[in-house]
Design a protein around this ligand. Structure first.
Ligand code: CTP
Length: 146
């Protein structure tokens, strides 16, 4: 029974997250997610639009996810691996090399990221789509089409 462990914020769950979770789960029999708490996100200066409880509820609804627990610190991973008896730590390729020292505790594997999608990109896209154009813009645009 191989247990796979992964970590992240998983805000505005998107296809890049789903691909990562599906591929991670396929590498073992159970997938457990260490989900960054709101306090840990603040420490990382990462702003999540959804609070921990909501991000957890969405993750738990994903068929590849067997369990979720809070990630509160950078240092807890070795303890988590021991406590859960994890066989494999999986992270996206944006973390390549960062967790190699944990290979003393279990196998460490980095999966390629899905291109052109991230929570930050989605937030920027929503901001752009919902920000009213500055006064006069539409007239200028109309003029430029003439
Ligand atoms: N991930 C991925 N492909 C993407 C986006 C994320 O494989 N396009 C992976 C990350 O590598 C990480 C996990 O999903 O292992 C959780 O990433 P997270 O930081 O929560 O998501 P991002 O969309 O990268 O968030 P942000 O834009 O805020 O950095």
């Amino acid at each position: 029974m191989a247990l796979v462990l992964t970590y992240g914020t998983f805000d505005l769950l998107h296809v890049g997250h789903v691909n990562l979770l599906r591929r991670a789960r396929a590498l073992g029999d159970r997938l457990v997610v260490g989900l960054s708490s709101d306090a840990f996100n603040a420490l990382k200066r990462k702003h999540a639009t959804q609070p921990y409880a909501d991000r957890e509820a969405v993750l738990r609804a994903i068929r590849y996810v067997d369990d979720v627990f809070p990630e509160e610190t950078w240092e807890q991973k070795a303890d988590d691996i021991r406590r859960l008896g994890a066989d494999l730590l999986v992270m996206g390729s944006d973390w390549s090399g960062h967790f190699d020292d944990l290979s003393r505790h279990c196998a460490v594997h980095y999966l390629p990221r899905t291109e052109n999608i991230s929570s930050s990109l989605l937030k920027a896209e929503i901001r752009r789509a919902t920000t009213p154009a500055p006064a006069g813009t539409s007239l200028l645009m109309a003029g430029s089409r003439r």
